[in-house]
Design a protein around this ligand. Structure first.
Ligand code: HEM
Length: 151
């Protein structure tokens, strides 16, 4: 009887352990597709992309007026964190949600398109492959609902 109980417990332990290990594998592969993060050049590539992007934004006549009062170093950090997070990197974006961040600005569809155009120029300058540019843009595009305030 004692032997039977021990065998039973061993089986329960083995199955539970296999279950936990399997669940962890499933969770990590489902939650962490970091291929875009890697294609963007990981942390250093994303930091450089964000720096270049913000430099171009404030040099663009259509967009510069929006950023007149912006703390640019902080904005660059927030953007880099956001790009890192959405591309599957090991960051957590801790900035404002997109609706609150843009609520005080009159942003129209044309402004949104201008910003996307500048981001594309930046990604071209950083030699990010076209397919990866499209992946990042596809992740950011739905944010137009929170960002555009002038209908
Ligand atoms: C998908 C498109 C966009 C993304 C992903 C995005 C992302 C961000 C992020 C991460 C912040 C920082 C929030 C924080 O500091 O907590 C921010 C702030 C801001 N964004 Fe955007 N943005 C987008 C579109 C636009 C557009 C189209 C404009 C205007 C043309 C714009 C103008 C601003 C301004 C003025 C701020 C505030 C900066 C400040 O604190 O002074 N954004 N955005």
């Amino acid at each position: 009887m004692k032997k039977l109980t021990l065998t039973f417990l061993t089986c329960v332990f083995a199955f539970s352990f296999a279950g936990i290990a399997n669940a962890q594998t499933t969770m990590s592969s489902a939650a962490k597709d970091n291929s875009l993060y890697i294609a963007l050049g990981e942390q250093s590539g994303i930091t450089q992309l964000s720096d270049d992007f913000v430099t171009r934004l404030v040099a663009d006549k259509r967009l510069a007026p929006f950023f007149e009062k912006t703390n640019l170093p902080n904005f660059k950090l927030q953007l880099a964190d956001q790009f890192c997070t959405v591309s599957g990197g090991p960051c957590v974006y801790k900035g404002a949600d997109m609706k609150s961040a843009h609520a005080n600005f009159d942003i129209a569809k044309a402004d949104f398109n201008a910003l996307v155009e500048v981001l594309q120029q930046s990604m071209d300058a950083k030699a990010i492959p076209f397919k990866d540019q499209n992946k990042l843009l596809a992740l950011l595009a739905p944010m137009h609902r929170e960002v555009i305030t002038v209908k």
